[in-house]
Design a protein around this ligand. Structure first.
Ligand code: ADP
Length: 849
């Protein structure tokens, strides 16, 4: 890994350096050219300055000479006449007394000529240093424009073929009178220019004075190399040429320029040196840069390595990406790149998946929320921070009777709460704010519906915190019915205590948990107080009720009062409720009713007696007649002396049997007439039917009815009071005979059927009488309902009472014109019920005529 980082660093550094070098070189060249131009301009200016200083040196020395005391002393006695023809004094090869060697002393080129002129510029004396003659223009007269009374005047002018420097200054005599002018003349040639540029290598830069008009050189520092008379433009290829105007104080008729010529080769050499130097510098900088860059890459890659290792571990754990193989150092960067790509793709995929899931969850949650809002039985209203409605579900529409479009945007408290409820609502809101997510601000308020009616509601407020806002979700439940139920429960709770009947609650252990006021007599009878256990037998009854989970009924007599106690077990709670009822009056009424009934039955029986008596008399007649006959037969035999003892004994036995039969008949009659309490004995229903038929035999014969008995071949045991059931059957058969009397004699038929139907004994008494009008059918069993003249209308009413007392049932069917059938159903005696399988019933049919 490290050497790859170094190679990569180096390569990157070199590439970067090459690129930068390209760009930098161009920039550097540009800067260098600019700088070079500046340098050349500077050098040209320096040359000009040096030239200027050199000229200034002449001006200063000229002034010194002009003020030289010997000159003034020399001039003092002189008098120059205005005669123009005067020849000037000429000093040649020797110096006049007024001219010391100041120029040489000041390291200036010696002037070729020094002139003394009078005030009009006429040359009075002149010094000539060399062989050069004085230029013709100055031989007699110095032009006045080159002279100035007040200051030094410096002029460069072409005199003849050559340029000359002419410096003039006014001179005075010892008395201070201005006499004339001192004029110094110096040829401006190569030596002059060289002296002016003293200390400067002529190879580095050459100077020249150029005619501004035709650009030809008038003076040159190095005339051998750059000859006088050549054009300045000719040198621009080989030299860098800079031309500048001469200083302003220099007076000249011709337009002169000061030119500086730097050889191009020199410039290039210099530029090459500079570039090489600069390139070397840049190389060192680049090397430092590459080293630092490589080092940085190395550090970054090492750091990256660590991070990637950490990420690998993370990705292995979180995303299941395999190890990229750090041990293969060669192409690790590539591996890492691949791995990073893979990792990035997986992360992107995971992010997309997460975002998709998140969106799906959001959608689901939104749908769920919407469904919840839709389906919620409670009204759900969402408020913003200012209490305005922003969400409102269908239940809320129903509760407040206001459509969603009208509710949205309304201030909840103003729209849905009456004035009185608003402070309480505000308190709820405040409370919900301080309770974070913990539910909730909850309370009961009165809300106002759209139609102005007010309803009690329970409001729960859940605050919802968002980053920049807070909402409130209100769950509103209509508690009108709950309030009513609470009222009812409260009143129900009072029910037990307000009950006039004793109500108690007893625990499984037999302890009285609750007893209302009406229970006092019972508690007194048991000698217990609430909280104490019941007496042992009642405790056992409570335990039994709880165990069987069936209610038990017990009676308790307390001081003449009879209570019926219903023990109702509440198994889940382990309690038994005792509901007591004072049934003293009921019992008394029952007793009285029983007495009345017995009396009524008795009265009824007596009335039946009239009808029965005839039959009875007839029946008694038979055994009595038989007794008489047997007795008469015995008497006759005894009187004739023929009777054998066996015959007599037989006759006497018959007499005894008939007498017993008569006795039985009389006993039954007495039982029928006598007033006896009902007794329950097992009897055969067939037998009872036969008895009744025999009671009524006389009546049947009188009516001339044809009776068909279809009796069950098996005995039908019923547990009844036989006298009472006979009375019922007598009444039914009697009524049938009465009905038959209304028919012609040939159509008077009577059927009596008995049979066993399941657990029941069934008797049907049918006649071929005229039938019963449908309107009367329902009233037959009402007391005193009769259609007969002299009838009492009590027969069927009493029969129904008797049958119901025997837990049986009696009913009638009739078809007008065809006859009526009365059905009597009684429970079979329990003994026969157990024995009964599926008897093969053979009907016994008997006809009585
Ligand atoms: P009473 O015989 O004294 O009238 P009941 O209670 O025995 O009183 O009968 C009530 C009425 O029912 C009779 O008056 C009669 O109209 C009617 N009734 C009873 N049995 C029959 C029957 N077998 N056929 C027609 N009518 C009958």
């Amino acid at each position: 890994m490290p050497w790859i980082a170094i190679v990569v660093g180096l390569a990157t550094g070199i590439v970067v350096w090459t690129l930068l070098d390209q760009i930098q070189s161009r920039q550097v060249d540009k800067i260098f050219d600019q700088e070079l131009q500046v340098q050349l301009d500077l050098r040209a200016r320096e040359s000009l300055i040096r030239f200027d200083r050199y000229l200034a040196g002449y001006a200063a020395t000229t002034r010194l000479l002009a003020n030289y005391h010997r000159l003034s002393e020399y001039l003092d006695p002189l008098f120059w006449s205005d005669d123009e023809a005067i020849d000037p004094v000429v000093y040649k090869d020797f110096r006049p007394p007024w001219l010391p060697d100041f120029f040489e002393r000041d390291a200036l080129m010696s002037p070729s000529h020094v002139l003394l002129t009078d005030a009009q510029g006429r040359v009075r004396e002149r010094f000539q240093a060399g062989a050069d003659p004085l230029p013709s223009k100055l031989t007699d007269q110095v032009p006045l424009q080159w002279l100035d009374r007040h200051e030094i005047r410096t002029v460069i002018e072409r005199l003849g073929e050559r340029l000359h420097l002419i410096v003039s200054d006014a001179v005075e005599d010892a008395g201070g009178d201005q006499i004339g002018y001192l004029v110094v003349l110096v040829p401006v040639d190569a030596a002059f220019l060289s002296a002016s540029q003293r200390g400067v290598d002529a190879e580095r830069a050459s100077v020249a004075l150029v005619d501004g008009e035709d650009q030809r050189l008038l003076a040159s520092l190095d005339p051998g190399l750059i000859p006088i008379g050549s054009l300045l433009s000719d040198w621009s290829k080989t030299h860098v040429v800079t031309s500048q105007p001469l200083p302003e104080y220099l007076m000249s008729d011709s337009n002169l320029l000061f030119a500086t010529l730097v050889p191009q080769a020199r410039v290039e050499r210099m530029s090459r040196h500079v570039r090489i130097f600069e390139r070397r510098q840049r190389f060192f900088a680049a090397a430092v840069f590459v080293i630092v860059f490589t080092g940085l890459i190395y550090l970054v890659s090492a750091r990256l390595n660590k991070v990637l290792k950490r990420m690998t571990r993370f990705s292995q754990r979180a995303l299941g990406i395999p190890e990229p193989g750090f041990q293969r150092a060669g192409n690790q960067l590539m591996l890492l790149e691949d791995w990073i790509q893979q990792f990035t793709q997986l992360v992107l995929k995971a992010r997309e998946e997460m975002s998709r899931r998140h969106q799906a969850e959001m959608r689901e949650s939104e749908a769920l929320k919407a469904a919840m809002m839709e389906a919620s039985l409670d009204a759900i209203v969402t408020l913003d921070h200012s209490g305005r409605v922003i969400e409102y579900n269908p239940s809320a529409e129903r509760l407040f009777g206001l459509g969603r479009p009208f509710a949205l945007g309304a201030v909840f408290a103003e729209r849905f709460l009456p004035d009185l409820a608003r402070p309480a609502f505000k308190r709820l809101l405040d409370r919900s704010r301080h309770r974070q997510r913990e539910p909730l601000g909850r309370g009961e308020l009165i809300a106002r519906r759209a139609d102005g009616t007010e309803i009690p509601v329970e409001i729960s407020i859940a605050p919802i915190e968002r980053v920049d806002e807070r909402f409130f979700t209100l769950y509103i439940h209509d508690i009108t019915s709950r309030k009513q139920a609470e009222q009812e429960i409260k009143s129900l709770a009072r029910l037990a205590s307000e009950s006039p009947h004793p109500i108690l609650r007893v625990s499984a252990a037999g302890q009285i948990v609750y007893a209302n006021n009406a229970s006092r007599p019972l508690l007194r009878a048991w000698a217990v107080e609430p909280g104490e256990p019941l007496p042992a037998d009642w405790g056992a009854a409570v335990a039994a009720a709880l165990e069987t989970a069936q209610p038990l009924e017990r009676e308790l007599e307390v001081g003449g009062q009879v209570y019926s106690l219903l023990l109702a077990p509440i198994r889940d709670l382990g309690y038994v409720n005792l509901y007591a009822r004072d049934i003293t009056a009921v019992r008394r009424a029952e007793q009285e009713s029983r007495q009345h009934q017995a009396e009524l039955v008795h009265v009824c029986r007596l009335s039946t007696m009239g009808e029965v008596a005839t039959g009875m008399a007839h029946e008694l007649n038979q055994p009595l007649s038989a007794i008489v006959n047997y007795a008469n037969g015995c008497v006759r035999r005894l009187q004739g002396g023929q009777g054998r003892p066996e015959e007599l004994i037989e006759a006497l036995n018959q007499i005894t049997a008939q007498a017993q039969r008569a006795g039985e008949i009389i006993k039954r009659l007495r039982a029928l007439v006598g007033k006896q309490p009902p007794a329950c004995t097992e009897a055969d229903l067939n037998h009872l039917v036969r008895e009744v038929c025999s009671f009524l035999e006389f009546e049947i014969n009188r009516v001339g009815a044809m009776v068909e008995l279809e009796l069950s071949p098996l005995a039908i045991p019923v547990c009844v009071d036989p006298v009472q059931i006979e009375q019922v059957l007598l009444n039914l058969v009697g009524n049938a005979l009465d009905a038959l009397e209304e028919q012609s004699e040939s159509e008077r038929r009577l059927w009596i059927r008995t049979e066993i139907e399941g657990d029941w004994a069934h008797v049907a008494v049918a006649d071929s009488g005229p039938g019963i009008e449908p309107g009367y059918l329902k009233r037959l069993f009402d007391p005193f309902f009769t259609t007969k003249e002299g009838g009492m209308g009590m027969g069927l009413a009493i029969s129904q009472t008797i049958v119901e007392n025997h837990e049986g049932r009696i009913w009638a069917e009739s078809v007008m014109g065809q006859g009526s059938t009365f059905h009597l159903r009684l429970p079979l005696a329990s003994s026969i019920r157990e024995d009964l399988g599926a008897p093969d019933v053979m009907l016994e049919t008997t006809s009585i005529t």
